[in-house]
Design a protein around this ligand. Structure first.
Ligand code: RIB
Length: 309
């Protein structure tokens, strides 16, 4: 069985329930606060492992009490052999969640952006051709990781989030999968993000023709486009949203696991959509991610609405 190496962030998420996302100059009392394990990297590792991947999480923690982060990873079965501790604060976020479940995030990278090149190089010695490298944009060293993975024949899946312009200088053509939302897709394609999604996919494809592109569109659904194939679409399940934080990470972890497992792309997208829908019905990011068993038993899986392009 091939292994998955996720070189990604680990954040302590301080989540504040708000009437509405705060405006400039406004002071507003939160109705509650929760402290949760998070970080796009950690969330995706938990989702990958709960979906069934043999997952290794690499990255860096800081000097804080990190048990909230390591416990959730271990409980999901994620292996931590290549996780380092550095002399900096652990990454953290301040997240506002409004009454409709929408969020707004302040991200402090801390140790996540202190990875040393020697640590990166050493980690890749433990992986081989056919294994999968999963990346997001919350750690440093992405170019080095892509080059290392490519040189040993690993596949690369890159979730271009949170988007920054310097990502466009990365060797994206080395990636097997590039996962974007419409804003990120618009930046890659140099197109209006509100363009017709199929046209947006075509625009992205022109810039990175050899990659499979996954475009997620929130409640409208998602599109998966392989080179030289008609794009496949999947709708988004209707659920009552409590907290949308980490739903995209859940989708990513389940989709990649299903595809690596040889599932048909349409089936992989449906499983990922159902997993993401379950996650938004619960508070927190990593803590809200379901197991594969729960997803397969869920009535949501057989009730996925049509794609709303
Ligand atoms: O994708 C959700 C994650 O983004 C949160 O858990 C937060 O830590 C931020 O990194």
């Amino acid at each position: 069985m091939s292994k998955v190496l996720n070189f990604g962030s680990l954040n302590i998420d301080y989540v504040y329930s708000m009437d509405h996302i705060i405006k400039p100059g406004e002071t507003q009392a939160a109705t509650s606060r929760g402290i949760f394990p998070g970080g796009k990297g950690l969330n995706q590792s938990v989702a990958l492992a709960l979906a069934g991947s043999d997952t290794y999480h690499a990255g860096a923690l800081g000097q804080d009490d990190n048990s909230i982060l390591t416990d959730v990873l271990k409980k999901a079965g994620v292996k931590l052999d290549y996780l380092k501790t550095h002399a900096l604060p652990t990454g953290h976020t301040i997240i506002q969640v409004d009454k409709s479940g929408q969020n707004s995030i302040i991200l402090y990278a801390g140790a996540n952006r202190s990875l040393e090149m020697a640590e990166i190089d050493e980690t890749f010695k433990h992986f081989r051709k056919g294994d999968l490298l999963v990346l997001q944009n919350e750690v440093n060293g992405l170019e080095r990781m892509m080059l290392q993975a490519s040189s040993i024949g690993m596949k690369i899946a890159f979730n271009v989030s949170p988007f920054t312009d310097d990502l466009l200088k990365l060797p994206l053509e080395l990636c097997s999968y590039v996962l974007v939302n419409e804003i990120e897709g618009g930046a890659i394609a140099e197109m209006d993000p509100s363009s017709d999604p199929i046209k947006l996919i075509d625009g992205i494809r022109k810039k990175i023709p050899r990659c499979a592109v996954v475009l997620t569109l929130g409640t409208r659904g998602s599109i998966l486009s392989y080179p030289d194939e008609k794009p496949r679409t999947c709708g988004c399940c209707k659920v009552k949203a409590v907290d949308t934080t980490g739903s995209g990470d859940t989708y990513t972890g389940f989709l990649l696991t299903m595809l690596m497992d040889g599932k048909e792309p349409d089936e992989a997208m449906r499983v990922a959509a159902a997993a993401a829908a379950i996650s938004v019905t619960r508070k927190g990011a990593a803590c809200s991610i379901p197991t594969l068993e729960e997803v397969m038993k869920s009535p949501l899986l057989n009730n996925i609405p049509d794609f709303k392009g």
